[in-house]
Design a protein around this ligand. Sequence first.
Ligand code: MN
Length: 128
Amino acid sequence: MTEKSIILYVEDNHDNRNLIRRVLEAEGYIMAEAANAEDALRKIHSVRPNLILMDINMPDMDGYALTARIKATPGFANVPIVAVTANVMRGDREKSLEAGCDGYIQKPIDIDTLSQQIDRFLARQSND
Ligand code: MN
């Protein structure tokens, strides 16, 4: 990575946001956070993230609906969105892909492999 990647983490849980921010900042990413859909829809314009980590279970608008909204926002269709979900039931992968997510990471997040997973999504993006 010659340039630091900017990650926007959308997550309603404060403790999760703090943990993942610390882990990814230590790995050299620039972190931005949003606590809900409204916050996220505002911040994408100021932050211009290279990748969005998207919690699925959130009050008001969930991560599936928010992903669809962001993908439909002019200029953001190609920003990779990676779902972060504790829902491990069969069908959740399909649901997140249907909503426009580019992939998913399972909760609880494995902090030892998180940056490798993110780099894989970023590399895939730049090869398109
Ligand atoms: Mn949540």
